[in-house]
Design a protein around this ligand. Structure first.
Ligand code: PPS
Length: 426
């Protein structure tokens, strides 16, 4: 059946029909081009690179809870989510001042830790210890839960170096030697100490589990994994970051533009220990046996999920993502991005936080600073602490006008403030 607008009055001749058709074609092309140029974007939207063209694209999903685990590339994911939230005018839950830029981690998450000017949120992406009931109280019913894991050997090496001054178990080790620690962890580790969770089964801790549970108990982990699978729609893997983002894009019906990134929160090469010994790797896995089993499980499910995609389509998406990230980097850095030690970054807003003098977290400087066009570049490389502060200021300004009552948390964050009307009952 013809479309109604293609039915011509019967009196028209063949020639004029052609002209009308040509006119309509030219008109619609012109309109399309005008619309395109109004929201000009130099990276392609979904249909040109996706293998499954959406006849009518589903609306982007905007309610997302990202469990930001430690030393797993989670800052890079958070940055991408913050930028998405800004572009789509999505409110991001941010920690109360008393909680710093994390939700009073390592406490179990509570909706009371959320700054009132960031209520009601549709997105949450700052460090917290997972607590399903409290997140459900805070987030909308249609929230999609996602998280990211990292292979435990590389992750532990990163934790050991990053928290060498924070975590008493690591501080106690003579000469800060990871080998010495691994030869006898229980000599240095005390489970009841502050920041102990950075030294033992950190993934399980972040996910709200019991890092001290005996790995000998064959019932504990399968049950814990089932719970996680019942909540999280996607468990990404740091080692397969781009593949994870492709899955994320599909899950949330996002555009390519929404998953562009640059690696953040990296240590300098000099701060890294190269673990080439199978023995050391085995020691790390044995000490973090729960994390290792958890990772192995979600590694297997990750590949099963990815295996459902057409391999050609996956390759195409990965290439498109890689090329678009490179284009964005070339645009922002006028060439290749140059990683810099924090003190060499001229713009202080772009200096990543340094956990200790013994480890270098590198970041990026941008050549020159410009008006609106460079805003996306600034955000792309903005470290976690500065971006969280910026978003809080921005959302506070907006929400203060709506006169949300501000009930301060007690310094220790333990007094129960009034429930915000937007916070749902469980
Ligand atoms: N895209 C991508 N792919 C793979 N790995 C990446 C990526 N982005 C960041 N990283 C590495 O992740 C480590 C930092 O993790 P987090 O940002 O989660 O750390 S933190 O807990 O928030 O401090 C840190 O690892 P280490 O350098 O080994 O410490 C980063 O180099």
């Amino acid at each position: 059946m013809a479309c109604p607008w293609l039915i011509f009055p019967s009196g028209l001749k063949m020639m004029s029909r052609k002209k009308i058709l040509l006119f309509l074609l030219a008109f619609s092309t012109g309109t399309l081009l005008l619309r395109q140029s109004a929201n000009f974007s130099w990276f392609p939207k979904s249909p040109p690179f996706s293998c499954a063209p959406w006849v009518s694209p589903p609306a982007k999903h905007t309610a997302v809870a990202f469990l930001k685990t430690h030393k797993t590339a989670s800052t890079t994911v958070q940055n991408l989510l913050f930028r998405f939230a800004e572009r789509h005018n999505v409110t991001v839950a941010l920690p109360h001042h008393a909680c710093d830029h994390q939700f009073c981690y390592p406490h179990n998450f509570s909706a009371r830790f959320v700054h009132p000017y960031t209520l009601p949120p549709r997105l949450i992406a700052s460090h917290l210890r997972f607590n399903r009931d409290e997140l459900r109280r805070l987030m909308p019913n249609d929230t999609v839960y996602i998280t990211i894991l990292r292979e435990p050997v590389a992750m532990f090496e990163s934790l050991f170096s990053y928290y060498n001054q924070y975590c008493p178990a690591f501080r106690r080790v003579p000469n800060g030697s990871m080998d010495t620690f691994l030869n006898n962890p229980s000599q240095y580790y005390r489970s009841n100490e502050k920041y102990a969770m950075y030294a033992h089964n950190t993934l399980v801790y972040d996910l709200g589990g019991d890092p001290e549970h005996s790995p000998e108990d064959s019932t504990y982990l399968p049950k814990f994994i089932r719970q996680i699978e019942g909540i999280f729609s996607l468990v990404m893997l740091a080692e397969y970051f781009d593949e994870s983002l492709v899955l994320l894009r599909h899950l949330l019906a996002w555009d390519l533009e929404d998953i562009l990134y640059i690696k953040l929160n990296m240590r300098s090469v000099e701060s890294k220990l190269n673990i080439s010994s199978a023995h050391v790797a085995a020691q790390i896995r044995a000490w973090n046996a729960l994390d290792a089993a958890l990772y192995d499980h979600f590694n297997a499910t990750f590949w099963r999920k990815l295996g459902k995609m057409d391999p050609g389509c996956l390759r195409k998406e990965l290439r498109a993502l890689h090329e678009a990230c490179e284009r964005l980097a070339r645009h922002c850095f006028r060439g290749q991005p140059q990683l810099r030690p924090a003190m060499q970054i001229k713009n202080k807003e772009l200096r990543p936080w340094q956990p200790s003098a013994k480890v270098d977290i590198v970041g990026y400087d941008l050549p020159g600073s410009g008006p609106h066009s460079d805003e996306q570049c600034l955000k792309l490389v903005m470290p976690e602490v500065q971006y969280s502060r910026y978003l809080l200021r921005k959302q506070s300004l907006k929400n203060r006008r709506r006169a949300v009552p501000h009930r301060p948390l007690s310094p220790r964050g333990l007094l129960p403030p009034a429930r915000h009307p937007a916070v749902k009952a469980s």
